[in-house]
Write a protein of this length. Structure first.
Length: 494
């Protein structure tokens, strides 16, 4: 397998910065042994104006067999021969993807210690793979790479035999991608989509492959129109793992969705002269109401479920009465932003021990969430499809069972007061529903009854006498310590 990455530059921003990004010097040939062969990295051209890095992977089928020696033989006399005739050596795209992640590991993560500003730069890129298996042909290549920001996606079918055109085309294409992207984003796309195009993996799929998929797809996969197909093929059509991936990607849309629309409404302030007092943004009022409710409940150990970029976690951390704070979100990118917001890497050991950031999904029970004083779901439930709410309900109220649970959500009745919000529209494009006060209280009352809680309601923002407050909050307080019936088995979706 052969792949080239080309970029252009100027004297001020030389193309040879590609060497820093890939952590491979343009003047040297790098040879790295892989478990399935040998990877060579070299630069056919390296000038300030144009630089090309090439990755050549030599696959060794015998190395693949030796790697698995002693596994799964079961005493069968023909087992040794079976090792040499299985299809693993031919899953070349999967092998190339693994080599890509190993040889360009730091570039894939978007890290560059010597030039830390480089990974965030968008640069002109041209990626070429002369021969690439594509089960689905050029049409599938365009469906997969087209929505990802490339200016040019070219997939030229490779004929079975040029001397016999009547034989038709093979399942291979010559791939060319051109566009302006961050190098890390381009590499992560290749890591996921190369084996997806081939629809084959050279290794057994384990549950941790879902985590790998979500990490590599962070920032682009959740919004991809073909994320179902991508998940299925990447996970070797494993139904349970594919379902897990799709459900988690659905939740990622909450954290990955553009928040500009909701921020404009949450923080809407009429233009005023400097002499006029500006109202407190709704997002700030919401955090203050949550903090007051937590203090009133005497909570010290708090969960922020669906913590996003860590605004509430940061507010909790500033109050020393909260001794342990856990923020959980399905989005790795949001958690990374939260860590930067909190400056975790600069904290002392004693301070950092108060804060933990976890990646996880509220669609599943999680033992890490048990035993806390309080849990907060701030502007979370409206981003889930209604049929997924029972899963969240059991994960929080049935399994984790904190003594206090706070749930905030928009009051749809108040939407008529937003002059910038068209009639009939929800406050954010990702909201699956927005409830009236009666609907919210009906849901909250049923949840409390099912799981042994009592519930009270707190308005957040100006409580309009006709349409109520812009945000409604339910405060659940545990009254029973017994569990609920008809609970899912451990590890299953609620």
């Amino acid at each position: 397998m052969f792949l080239t990455i080309t970029t252009t530059g100027t004297a001020e921003n030389p193309a040879t910065d590609l060497g820093f990004l890939l952590h491979k010097h343009p003047d040297r040939v790098r040879v790295e042994n892989q478990s399935h062969g040998t990877a060579h990295v070299f630069y056919p051209e390296a000038t300030a104006e144009r630089c090309t890095a090439a990755l050549l992977l030599e696959v060794d089928p015998v190395a693949l067999v030796r790697r698995g020696q002693g596994k799964g033989r079961g005493g069968a006399p023909d087992a040794a021969l079976a090792q040499y005739v299985n299809d693993r050596p031919y899953a070349a795209s999967s092998l190339l993807a693994v080599a890509l992640s190993g040889v360009f590991r730091t570039a894939l993560k978007g890290q560059c210690a010597l030039r830390p500003e480089l990974p965030e730069q968008v640069r002109p890129l041209r990626i070429e793979i002369p021969v690439l298996p594509a089960r689905g042909g050029a049409e599938l290549v365009h469906r997969l790479f087209g929505p990802l920001g490339w200016d040019l996606v070219q997939a030229e079918a490779v004929p079975l035999d040029e001397q016999f055109p009547e034989w038709g085309d093979s399942r291979y294409v010559r791939l060319v991608l051109e566009g302006e992207l961050r190098l890390a984003d381009a590499l992560r796309q290749l890591y996921v989509l190369l084996p997806v195009l081939d629809d084959s993996k050279h290794y057994w799929i384990a549950p941790d492959e879902v985590d790998k998929l979500l990490r590599a797809g962070d920032g682009w996969l959740a919004a991809h129109p073909e994320n179902g197909l991508i998940s299925s093929r990447y996970l070797a059509r494993h139904k349970r793992l594919t379902q897990d991936a799709i459900e988690r990607l659905e939740l990622v849309r909450l954290a990955e969705a553009d928040g500009s629309e909701v921020e404009e409404i949450d923080n809407a302030v009429d233009e005023t002269r400097d002499t006029e007092e500006r109202p407190v943004p709704l997002a700030v009022q919401r955090r203050e109401a949550i903090l007051a409710a937590l203090r009133g409940a005497g909570a010290a150990r708090v969960l922020d479920l669906g913590c996003g970029q860590g605004q509430l976690v940061q507010a909790l951390f500033k109050d020393v009465s909260f001794t342990e704070i856990v923020g959980m979100d399905v989005s790795v990118r949001a958690l990374n932003i939260a860590a930067k917001r909190l400056r975790l890497e600069r904290m002392g050991e004693r301070q950092s021990a108060r804060v933990t950031l976890l990646q996880g999904s509220l669609a599943y029970t999680d033992k890490r969430l048990a035993g806390y004083d309080a849990a907060v779901l701030s502007e979370v439930i409206e981003h889930l499809d209604l049929e997924r709410l029972p899963a969240l309900e059991y994960a929080v109220f049935g399994s984790a069972r904190p003594r206090t649970v706070l749930v905030t959500t928009p009051n749809v009745e108040y939407n008529v007061r937003w002059e910038t919000l068209p009639a009939g529209h929800v406050r954010h494009g990702d909201h699956r529903f927005e409830w009236t006060r009666e609907e919210f209280r009906a849901w909250a009352g049923q949840v409390a009854q099912r799981h042994g809680y009592e519930v009270a309601y707190v308005p957040i923002g100006d409580d309009d006498p006709e349409v109520g407050p812009p945000t409604q909050m339910a405060v659940f307080t545990q009254t029973e310590t017994i569990g609920t019936t008809n609970t899912p088995k451990e590890g299953e979706a609620a």
